[in-house]
Ligand binder design. Structure first.
Ligand code: PLP
Length: 392
């Protein structure tokens, strides 16, 4: 034990940063600026961007920008308080009704971000006597939400419906107050999909509450691009507007009763300032555009399928990817960094993803496709990856 006078209160910071440097896991922020929907400038150099979640290219769409400006002029730059105090400007009701209709559910609730939604909605719903069954590859925000619920959490093998069923059976009579199944629909790091039909059936059979994070499916999959959960009996859907939505913010889609409960119990809604008018303006415009973008969705699907084939021909491992997210699973963090650096030397931005964001030994570079990527952009990527294969 070190007495308080001799304690170095910052030593843990040095230790952690040193550990990360040693393991090639140090994260650093880099400054960049968008040049257009698919290029960014880094240190004055244009880079073709395959790392963005702006799947439909809406972040640069004039309708979103104009609507943001219109909302600022009408409502000001901030919402001034949380929604339960005086920040619930009339546009929330309009956007939430539009969203609920598009998601084919009774009600929707807009929150500040997907991260905030996950870390506050899950603990609001689960009490200490609950059981949460969480997919093994769930996003960190879902993991944190489960932890904050302070109840028993069992991680089931990724996308393994029989393992989930076994856990439900094993725990059926153990006296848990509530049982939750928590999954993503499109997995953010692997680009594979959950099979929602069997999950809904299991939730119904075991009276479990099904929570699905549709963040990477919203805009890209489902009826009118409104996500893979559309038409499925999911109790609570979480989605974001920071990805295909082209701006920021998140939504919950659920029954009117669950919405009422969350308005009363979800700390992320209650204790946080309402999203600013500019952001809601962009969301409002995105909700007008997304249903009309079937052509863009078809481009993404075709480009992803073609690219996966060409990558496999070159010997790259893309795991179970079946969406616009295509990981090149490499293994060691240092090797993933080397590929990312090589791409960058050749004018292509694809960030390396290392533990703890992915399991140890599964470091990767993760390609994200946008509808704005043309065949020639993809040819450029393939060319650079082929050169890596031929020269390294
Ligand atoms: C599956 C998933 N859920 C939630 C989030 C968080 O959403 P947001 O960026 O809106 O906070 C992300 C973002 O990385 C994600 O990939």
């Amino acid at each position: 034990m070190v007495d308080h006078k001799h304690r170095d209160k910052f030593s843990f910071i040095d230790r952690e940063l040193d550990r990360r440097i040693e393991r090639q896991q140090l994260r650093q922020l880099r400054s960049m600026a968008p040049l257009n929907g698919v290029e960014v400038s880094i240190n004055g150099r244009a880079m073709l961007n395959f790392s963005s979640n702006d799947y439909l290219g809406l972040s640069m769409h004039p309708l979103l920008q104009d609507r943001s400006i219109e909302f600022i002029h009408k409502y000001g730059s901030g919402s001034t308080a949380s929604r339960l105090i005086c920040g619930n400007y009339d546009f929330f009701d309009h956007v939430e009704k539009k969203l609920a209709a598009l998601k084919q559910v009774e009600a929707a609730l807009v929150l500040a971000s997907g991260f905030q939604a996950n870390i506050s909605a899950i603990p609001a719903l689960a009490d200490r006597d609950s059981l949460i069954l969480s997919d093994g590859l769930n996003h960190n925000s879902l993991i944190q939400g489960c932890r904050l619920a302070c109840c028993k959490v069992i991680v089931y093998s990724h996308n393994d419906v029989s393992h989930l069923q076994q856990q439900l059976e094993k725990n059926a009579d153990k006296g848990f107050s509530r049982v939750f199944i928590v999954t993503e629909s499109v997995f953010s790091m692997d680009g594979d999909k959950a099979d929602l039909g069997p999950l809904v059936a299991l939730a119904e059979a075991f009276n479990a509450f099904l929570i699905v994070d549709d963040a990477h499916a919203t805009g890209v999959f489902g009826h009118q691009g409104m996500g893979l959960t559309c038409g499925h009996n999911v109790d609570l859907v979480i989605g974001t507007f920071g990805k295909a939505g082209g701006s920021y913010g998140a939504y919950l889609a659920c029954s009117g009763k669950i919405r009422d409960f969350l308005v009363n119990c979800c700390s992320g809604l209650i204790y946080s300032t309402a999203l600013p008018p500019s952001v809601i303006g962009a969301i409002d415009a995105a909700l007008e555009l997304i249903p009309l973008m079937d052509d863009e969705r078809a481009i993404i699907k075709k480009n992803a399928a073609d690219l996966r084939c060409e990558l496999h021909d070159m010997g790259w491992q893309t795991g179970q990817s079946s969406t616009q997210i295509i990981p090149l699973i490499i293994g060691k963090a240092s090797d993933a960094l080397a590929v990312s650096r090589w791409l960058e030397e050749n004018g292509i931005l694809i960030t390396a993803i290392r533990p703890p964001a992915v399991p140890e030994g599964e470091s990767r570079v993760r390609i994200s496709l946008s509808a704005l990527h043309t065949r020639s952009h993809i040819d450029r990527l393939i060319d650079v990856l082929r050169k890596w294969r031929n020269t390294k």
